[in-house]
Design a protein around this ligand. Sequence first.
Ligand code: GLP
Length: 244
Amino acid sequence: MISVHRFVDPAAVGRAAADLVDAAVLERGERVIGLATGSSPLETYAELVRRHGGDATSAYRDVEAFLLDEYIGLPSDHPQRYAAVIRREFTDAMGIPSGRVHGPDADAVDLAEASRAYDRTIERSGGVGVQLLGLGSDGHIAFNAPGTSFDERTHVATLGGSTRRDNARFFGGDIDAVPRSALSQGIATILRARSIVVIATGAGKAHIVAQVLASGPTEALPATALHGHDDVVLLVDAAAGVLL
Ligand code: GLP
């Protein structure tokens, strides 16, 4: 079941998402957090850093963090590698050591084995306690495009045209610079998180938010898989919630 909460603007969404992550880590004692890249969680990360960034005794210093996905084919020093993005935007400022920030190994020669290894690492950590998620404009979560089986675990995902167009803004507006594939947690991996916080802000997300909420689970709309999880909170701002 997806429970929907509306807020006035992205900053208020970020504070509400930070409250939910804090509740998981500080109150429920969760030690594994799932992190999303993209613009949706940025206010949440900034808020968490404001609250805990300077606190050397913070429980966040002991968490393990798992990324949803990683581009395939970017040079190791590329600033848009998600492993670099998340350190820059969140984990370094939170004092989470880089050795405890995990992502799928998109440089591996055997990507199928790297995918299985990633799922095993997540399981061995005890599983994700709270997962942050954004929503692609075509309803994708992580890089699971429409049509992806809900049973997929971590796998090589092909990035469709709309996803590459959406993400071109991170590559100087050049769609040709956006990789064509990524290693991505599958929907079955994501649904194993004990709680999930989905963030959608801005007018550009209004249609997909309304569609996901109106539809039953269908592989044509990956985010509808979330209807089958018992602890999903969707936080929207006024613009993203305008059609609800
Ligand atoms: C990318 C990421 C997703 C993210 C989505 C939405 O494709 N792989 O994890 O949720 O974009 O991005 P944004 O939050 O910038 O709208």
